[in-house]
Write a protein that binds this ligand. Structure first.
Ligand SMILES: Cc1cc2nc3c(=O)[nH]c(=O)nc-3n(C[C@H](O)[C@H](O)[C@H](O)COP(=O)(O)O)c2cc1C
Length: 337
């Protein structure tokens, strides 16, 4: 299951919604459940309803979810994130708008450079070196809490125009210090975070990094950059690159269609100089489509998003379709004997 924000947390705390929502997908046979972007700091939330992992008190509610997921035979995973210049919004259903510090539930936002996401957005405060260190420590603290909460796979969110993606893209990072300019400098923040996370996250549990393989904008981050980055991620000990696209720049022209992001994942997977595991995501909503991607060697993992919102039993149905095998959650089995 691909990470999907539910905007249903209270002060970052998981609620009954999260247990039932993720629990249903675990009962539905989903192999790995990636819990939505959990904010590493309160100001890193997209909106006040975001899940948080910025307080030790958040651990208990998350633990309840990982325990249930594991009991259903699924693997609990979590994405940790900071929304950067895309933080501080009001979100309700499909509607959203930027909030300013003076608005109720709004706050001051940060980014590598003081460039607003859109004309309607807040101008973020450019991070100084002390703030860069603080954020790195916040990611490491969040990783430690994720481990305590029982997660077995950790994903660092470096995609979709959020904070770490903002450091990577030359469109959003105009810094002139060690964290901006060259490819090496723009990727420094991500690698320093990985280094700190690895000090608290055990080496026998996997780490994933979600990237946007392209900004879909001229002069932005490209597939070539992503191939280069993925090689370096693998060398650093990252196990999985979860390949998404876009999100840095509003109104980028994106040719959305079935499996539209697959060519990016496939190019990283087929890179002969890299053996990192590769995940693909984006409009993959049938078992046969997913199986073909794996069989063709275009990716190692399929992340399913919205189809799993519509159909929590997607994986059980896929097993029936592909293997002519019926698998039900254990307590149901008596009914189909
Ligand atoms: C409601 C919703 C919330 C999302 N939240 C996140 C998130 O927290 N982190 C993330 O990396 N992607 C997020 N995404 C993107 C999905 O993980 C996924 O990449 C995207 O929906 C494309 O896959 P799909 O076509 O299977 O839905 C979200 C998507 C949706 C629809």
């Amino acid at each position: 299951m691909s990470p999907m924000c539910m905007y249903s947390a209270v002060d970052g705390f998981a609620t009954d919604w999260h247990l039932v929502h993720y629990g249903s997908r675990a009962m539905g046979g989903t192999g790995t459940i990636m819990i939505e972007a959990a904010a590493v700091r309160a100001d890193g939330r997209i909106a006040v309803g975001d899940l948080g992992i910025y307080k030790d008190e958040h651990i208990e509610g998350l633990q309840r979810i990982t325990k249930f997921i594991r009991e259903q035979g699924s693997v609990p995973a979590i994405q940790i994130a900071h929304a950067g210049r895309k933080a501080s919004n009001w979100v309700s259903g499909a509607e959203s708008k930027t909030l300013f510090p003076e608005d109720k539930d709004g706050w001051e936002i940060i980014a590598p450079s003081a460039i607003a996401f859109s004309p309607e957005s807040q101008i973020p405060k450019e991070m100084d070196l002390e703030e860069i260190q603080n954020i790195q420590n916040a990611f490491a603290d969040a990783a430690e809490r994720a481990l305590k909460a029982g997660f077995e796979l950790l994903e660092i969110h470096s995609a979709h125009g959020y904070l770490l993606n903002e450091f990577l893209s030359p469109l959003t990072n105009k810094r002139t210090d060690d964290y901006g300019g060259s490819f090496e400098n723009r990727t420094r923040m991500l690698f320093e975070i990985i280094e700190k996370v690895k000090k608290v996250w055990p080496s026998d549990l996997p780490i994933a990094v979600r990237i946007s393989a392209t900004d879909w904008v001229e002069g932005g981050w490209t597939l070539e950059d992503s191939i280069k980055l993925s090689r370096k991620l693998s060398e650093t000990g990252v196990d999985i690159v979860d390949v998404s696209t876009g999100g840095s720049i509003p109104n980028a022209k994106i040719p959305v269609g079935a499996g539209y992001q697959l060519p990016f994942a496939s190019a990283i997977k087929k890179d002969k100089n890299n053996s990192v595991f590769v995940g693909t995501v984006g409009l993959i909503d049938s078992s046969k489509q997913a199986e073909t991607i794996l069989a063709n060697g275009d990716a190692d993992f399929i992340f399913v998003g919205r189809e799993l919102l519509r159909n929590p039993y997607f994986s059980l149905n896929a097993t029936r379709e592909l293997r002519a095998q019926n698998i039900e959650p254990k307590p149901y089995e008596i009914a189909f004997k």
